[in-house]
Design a protein around this ligand. Structure first.
Ligand code: BES
Ligand code: ZN
Ligand code: ZN
Length: 495
């Protein structure tokens, strides 16, 4: 999909559709919308009067052969109340428009921005929304629907900001394409994406992006004594891998922070001996979503070149109930030396992260973010609305949440009090891999990881309920969402 800026007056741009947005407020016809309404002899105003145009968020109004416009259609997307509106909402508005027009066979569309949103941040949000909205999950369908938008023209932006706008468009493209790269990985069935295949995909991406990469195989993993990861992996005939991807800025300052991105990559989670029910088990192909998130973030970071060093550590394994599988009650010794009583083999994500997080610190990471499809409990707490965000110290988490807010990704701070640590005490070992007692499953899972993060500033993103959506949204296809990548990239750029 081509995206370009256009300075010629929008009414004369030839296209299948012109898209703009309308606010939910008393006087809807200020600025360009007033001009369009006048050219259409007040037809829009009459649609307001009849109640068809209200401006409420993501409302869709499609008008065919609009007078005064060279475009064949005019699509108005509701932008909601002006006081609730943020630039990040353009992401959803642009994405919703693209998905609407795609199903109607449009090839060439024009996105006309409004008076308040004529700068680079707006252009970036629009581009990210368009490209993310264009992703479809039908990779293995032999007959595709074959409906593609070929080009989008961005109109109404501040012509005086040309160079900045073009940079913002490129930045938006890189970020959204990296998000789609991750979504493609998350979508892969487990027979097309074993830990070794994931490592190969990461290697190809790193080469293309100009990132350093090292793949630790099962021998190296054993040498490093990653006993928690090995405990999970031993139930499968597929060997585990640890994927290490490095970004180093041009002039790294000695003593500067190093950001570690640790992602859970369980390429299939059967639950192991504590096996999961058959219903919905196919979904557990996306249990590598945390790892894919970090690979997507690294791909964008390579292009956007923040001033901090970033190292991604991605432990990858299957969780299978093979003859050599670990059993409930087994004790594993993690790389850090901590001993773990395995109460439930289905609580495997925290085990692979234990060694991933510890290894990231050994590699010199001074700040950590982990992402994982860790618990069903986070869905109980937050549904598929918010990512559960844990972290210490609190200021570190708060800075990250500001990035999430800026890019429009919903994340909610979750508790990590010491009481939850008490719940993972074991009678026989240092810690147990599930909470004793009732409830708090997302927090006890987080505490388990924190045992290995130690005093290093650390954020844990539980994306179990947000990494994948069973129902599409107006701006996003159903399936993998690529959530958290945009926040992580924004955070790295601001660090
Ligand atoms: N991969 C699952 C968590 C999950 C559940 C992800 C649903 C996506 C959708 C994880 O490994 C798991 O099984 N967690 C258990 C932990 C429990 C045994 C303490 C869970 O949440 O039930
Ligand atoms: Zn599990
Ligand atoms: Zn899992």
């Amino acid at each position: 999909m081509q995206i370009q800026l256009e300075n010629q007056p929008y009414p004369s741009i030839q296209a299948d559709a012109l898209v703009t947005y309308v606010f939910d407020k008393e006087d809807k016809f200020d600025g360009v919308l007033g001009d369009i309404d006048r050219a259409m002899n007040g037809r829009l105003a009459s649609l307001v009067a009849s109640g068809e145009i209200s401006g409420k968020a993501l409302e869709i109004v499609l008008i065919h052969f609009p007078e005064g416009l060279a475009a064949q259609k005019l699509l108005l997307v509701g932008a909601g109340k002006p006081d609730k509106f943020a630039v990040a909402d353009l992401h959803k508005i642009a994405g919703t428009a693209l998905r609407q027009l795609k199903t109607r066979g449009a090839k060439k569309i024009v996105f006309l921005t409004r008076e308040g949103e004529r700068g680079p941040a707006a252009a970036q949000a629009v581009v990210e929304g368009l490209i993310a909205a264009d992703f479809e999950s039908d990779k293995y369908r032999t007959e595709k629907k074959n409906r593609e938008i070929d080009s989008v023209t961005l109109a109404g932006f501040d012509a005086g900001l040309g160079a900045n706008l073009n940079a913002a468009i490129e930045q938006g493209r890189v970020i959204a394409e990296s998000q789609n790269f991750a979504r493609d990985l998350i979508n892969e069935p487990a027979n097309k994406l074993t830990p070794r295949m994931l490592a190969a995909r990461a290697e190809a991406m790193a080469k293309e992006a100009g990132l350093g990469i090292e793949i630790l195989d099962e021998r190296k993993i054993a040498e490093l004594k990653m006993g928690a990861l090995i405990g999970v992996a031993q139930g499968s005939v597929e060997p585990p891998r640890v994927i290490v991807v490095r970004y180093t800025p041009a002039n790294p300052r000695p003593g500067a922070p190093v950001l570690g991105l640790v992602g859970k990559a369980v390429t299939f989670d059967t639950g192991g001996i504590s096996i999961k029910p058959a219903n919905n088990m196919e979904k557990m192909k996306y249990d590598m979503g945390g790892g894919a998130t970090m690979l997507g973030a690294m791909r964008a970071i390579a292009a956007l070149k923040p001033s901090v060093s970033v190292i991604a550590v991605i432990p990858a394994t299957e969780n299978m109930p093979g003859g050599r599988a670990q059993k409930p009650g087994d004790v594993q010794v993690a790389m850090s030396g901590k001993t773990i009583e395995v109460i439930n083999t289905d609580a495997e994500g925290r085990m692979v992260l234990a060694d991933g997080v510890f290894y990231a610190r050994q590699l010199g990471c001074t700040h950590l973010i982990d992402a994982a499809t860790l618990t069903g409990a986070i869905e109980v707490a937050l549904a598929n609305v918010h990512v559960g965000a844990f972290g210490t110290p609190r200021e570190y988490l708060d800075t990250f949440l500001e990035s999430a807010k800026a890019v429009g990704e919903k994340m909610w701070p979750m508790p990590i009090d010491d009481e939850y640590q008490q719940m993972i005490k074991s009678d026989i070992a240092d810690i147990r891999n599930t909470g004793s007692g009732k409830g708090g499953g997302a927090s006890t899972g987080a505490w388990f990881i924190k045992e290995f993060a130690g005093d290093t500033p650390w954020i844990h993103l539980d994306i179990a309920s947000t990494c994948w959506v069973d129902e599409g949204r107006p701006w996003l296809a159903k399936g993998p969402t690529g959530v958290a990548i945009r926040s992580i990239v924004d955070f790295a750029l601001k660090m």
